[in-house]
Design a protein around this ligand. Structure first.
Ligand code: SF4
Length: 353
């Protein structure tokens, strides 16, 4: 009798109906135990990998690792699934050192510990080596206005260059469902059709140097945090000291509000993004090769070379569309190398790559 009362007071796991429920699952609001949470969390990611045929046996895969929660959980879960389901992958950690004192130096220490904890070889590429500038130096020169434009353009290329050094077949990143929903909204708000059409793709860049995939496309940020917390994973949680927290921050807050009212909202925004049909009259940029560095580019020079040209000539606004103060030759160069479009800044804020 006493035992039955006890059982009635204890809420049992909605899935196994055996163990005590320890958490409310953010994605479904089901009350479940820790063991079932680990199982559904990992199994959903496995299903995404299998259904989308993200990997082939024998492939070399670089995990974009910032030391943050998303990429740390990705490295841990991917190593587990690789072993459990015999994916046959060679996994590596790839980190970018932007040269941000008090932020990236600390987070890289976390990645170095993850290298030992998960037994995954680590490669670090730095802005200083690749471009001759650290983000600290860039911010000293240009201030805090367009820093994320420089950083985002440089990071994209740095990851590709690191992946080439590791000779990997693919790069995986820890972008989660919240990040993708947020990017769908931002692209709608900016009217950026080219990006809207590819931001929900689970694999991108198949026509570029290294395809990139997002195994966490349907994984909620809150569940990643819970998983990292319950598994006691070693990750770094401080935001970048140069994070502007502007436009992207509003989209992020809006999505969090929607999620509070209806958890499915995140998946529905992704679904809407997937279902957008891009009109055939919308001109998509053609890919070519940068005449300066050989990186892929739809213009004469890639964005990184345009930005570097500005930095090295003491005209940091050159690459972000302001040509005031330039001589005619410079103006011509900028126009030829970068078309007439401004480079839109993409802030990462707390995002992992
Ligand atoms: Fe770079 Fe992100 Fe920091 Fe901006 S917020 S400077 S993109 S690390």
């Amino acid at each position: 009798m006493e035992g039955n009362h006890e059982k009635a007071r204890v809420r049992l796991c909605y899935l196994c109906n055996q163990r005590r429920a320890a958490l409310k699952r953010p994605k479904t609001l089901e009350q479940i135990c820790r063991e079932c949470f680990y199982e559904v969390f990992e199994e959903e990611i496995h299903q995404v990998i299998v259904k989308n045929q993200l990997f082939k046996p024998g492939e070399r895969i670089a995990i974009g690792a910032s030391g943050g929660k998303d990429s740390t959980v990705l490295a841990y879960v991917l190593s587990e699934l690789n072993r459990r389901h015999n994916y046959g992958l060679d996994l590596f950690l790839l980190s970018v050192d932007e040269g941000i004192t008090g932020y990236r130096d600390d987070s890289l220490e976390t990645v170095k510990r993850n290298e030992l904890q998960y037994g995954l070889p680590l490669k670090i590429v730095s802005y200083k080596d690749l471009y001759g500038w650290t983000m600290d130096e860039i911010v000293k020169t240009i201030g805090l206005k367009n820093n994320c434009t420089f950083c985002g353009v440089f990071r994209r290329q740095a990851l590709d260059r690191g992946a080439a050094l590791l000779k990997v077949d693919k790069l995986v990143t820890g972008h989660n469902a919240d990040d993708i929903a947020e990017t769908v909204l931002l692209n709608i708000l900016r009217g950026d059709i080219a990006r809207l059409s590819r931001c929900t793709s689970i694999t991108t860049g198949e026509d570029g140097p290294i395809p990139r995939c997002k195994p966490f496309k349907y994984t909620y940020e809150k569940e990643i945090v819970m998983y990292a917390y319950f598994k006691r994973l070693d990750y770094f949680s401080t935001e970048c000291i140069y994070s502007p927290n502007a436009y992207r921050g509003f989209a992020r807050e809006f999505i969090k509000d929607l999620e509070r009212m209806r958890p499915r909202a995140i998946l529905d925004i992704i679904k809407s993004g997937e279902d957008f049909r891009i009109s055939t009259s919308t001109k998509m940029p053609e890919q070519g090769i940068c005449e300066r560095c050989g990186y892929i580019s739809s213009q004469k020079w890639c964005k990184a070379c345009v930005l570097l040209e500005g930095l090295n000539k003491g005209l940091p606004k050159l690459g972000i569309g302001r040509s005031r103060g330039l001589d005619n030759n410079h103006r011509k160069d900028v126009k030829q190398s970068n078309g007439t479009k401004n480079i839109e800044g993409k802030q990462c804020g707390s995002l992992d790559f």
